[in-house]
Structures are given as C-alpha cells and as structure tokens.
Design a binder for this molecule. Structure first.
Ligand SMILES: [Zn+2]
Length: 250
C-alpha cells in the first residue's frame, strides 16, 4: 500500500501545488477525449498526478502505426480497443485513481453526455469535427477544456473557459474543410511533438484542477520541435464580439 505522502512527495513539495492543491486534484474528475498520442499522455499525467477520476474515451483499436508515439501501448496491445487497453495501463499506474475507459466516438451526439459530471475536458483528438464538438458542448455546458492539437512536429495548446476566455470559434469561427488542413496521414506525426503538446496541456489542467487559476497560461501556444520555434500569442483575454460563446448567447 503506497501512501499519498509517499506517492506524491515530489508534488507536495512543489510550492504551486502543496497539500491543498493535491487534495483538490483527488476530488477532481477529468474527461480525456482520445487515448492516442495526445490523449494517452494526457491521461497518464492526470493519473500519475492523482486526479481522482479519469475517464478516457476512444473509439479506435491499437494499430502498429500508433506505436511510434502512443506511450500507453506496446505490441501486446495491437488490436485491442484503445480505451480498454489504456484503462488497464492507467489503473496499474495509480490504484488510488478511479479510471474508466469508454469505447465510444467523440461526436456532437455523444460529447455532452460524456462531459456530464466532469470538472475539465482534455482534448486529445485527431480531427477538427470532434474538436468543434467539444468546443460547442463546452459552451453550452459552461465547461472548461484544454484544446490541444498536434501534427508533424508541431503542436498547439489553449486553455478555454467558455464565457471568460476566447473559445476555439473566437479564433477560428468555422472548421476548415476536410483535406484543407494537414493530418497525421498527410503530414505524419512525431512522438516528441505529441508528448510535448500533451505535457503543455496537462500542465494547464493541473493548474486549473488544483485551484490555481491565476497560473493558467491564457492565449494560444504553438511549438515546432523541428525548427525549435516556441511561440505564445496572448491574443484577446475575453471572448470575441459576436462569437457564439459570448455572454447571453449560450
Ligand atoms: Zn468564442
């Protein structure tokens, strides 16, 4: 039996977290959309940090082309449902966390139900349709979420709290058409880029869930690990005028 003092010793010593922040993490519930290169690492970091309840949703099965970056999976998992394989691995990392794997699609039809009871939603999706579904449901439910996207060696992250911060549609009102933007099929994806992007998003999640909203990085962060560029645009601090996320619209 591992005590919380043993398991979280290095976090409890971190000034930003401490025992009060750790207690808040233990009482929190987070939904991780996707169990792939982003979602798997997001989920792992939440479980290891001691977030009390972690729900991972993914409709796919583990394929050989996942193994370059999806750190939860190994060759023995090929063919398994990602949500189930992920839940097994995550549960073994921290038995104190309530881990749930759901084999389901993240879609406009499913997302609101998946979000119910969650304190925060983490985006580990690989397509914009699902991302906009998360955004729109988050607006309707006034649920904070962390946008994270990754392709090739690039990644981007933004913390979104509907009604308080810009949402995805404030920056990009409509998703581009399929085929008008690169994805991992057309442009590939590197393991370090997925892990770094997930880590940036996970840090914002821990700030929010531990009761440190003042520490949250607002704005759009992008990184390109191949060129070494790391940028942060603070942009607007409040929702765009006329966006569906604005006050009184949702
Ligand atoms: Zn908006």
């Amino acid at each position: 039996m591992i005590t919380p003092q043993e398991r979280y010793a290095k976090q409890l010593n971190f000034a930003g977290l401490g025992p009060a922040g750790q207690a808040r993490l233990a009482a929190a519930a987070v939904l991780v959309c996707g169990a792939g290169g982003l979602g798997g690492t997001l989920a792992q970091l939440m479980v290891r940090a001691g977030v009390g309840r972690v729900v991972v949703v993914d409709r796919d099965r583990v394929e050989p082309s996942n193994l370059n970056r999806q750190l939860l999976f190994d060759e023995d998992d090929l063919g398994r449902a990602k949500a189930e394989a992920a839940a097994d691995k995550l549960a073994a990392m921290n038995r104190a966390v309530r881990v749930e794997g759901r084999v389901a699609e993240v879609s406009p039809a499913s997302i609101a139900g998946l979000m119910a009871g969650m304190d925060l939603v983490l985006d580990g999706m690989d397509n914009l349709i699902a991302r906009y579904a998360i955004n729109d449901a988050a607006i309707a439910l006034r649920k904070p979420w962390v946008f994270a996207g990754c392709v090739a060696a690039r990644g981007s992250v933004m913390f979104i709290e509907p009604g308080r911060t810009p949402c995805l549609r404030c920056l990009f009102p409509h998703p581009p058409a399929e085929g008008d933007y690169p994805n991992s099929d057309s442009a590939g994806i590197l393991g370090p880029a997925a892990s770094a992007t997930a880590s940036l998003a996970a840090a914002e999640a821990l700030k929010f869930l531990s009761g440190n909203p003042q520490a949250i990085t607002h704005g759009f962060t992008t990184l390109d690990l191949w060129s070494g560029r790391f940028r942060h645009s603070a942009n607007r601090q409040s929702p765009a005028v006329g966006c569906v996320c604005g006050k009184g619209n949702a």
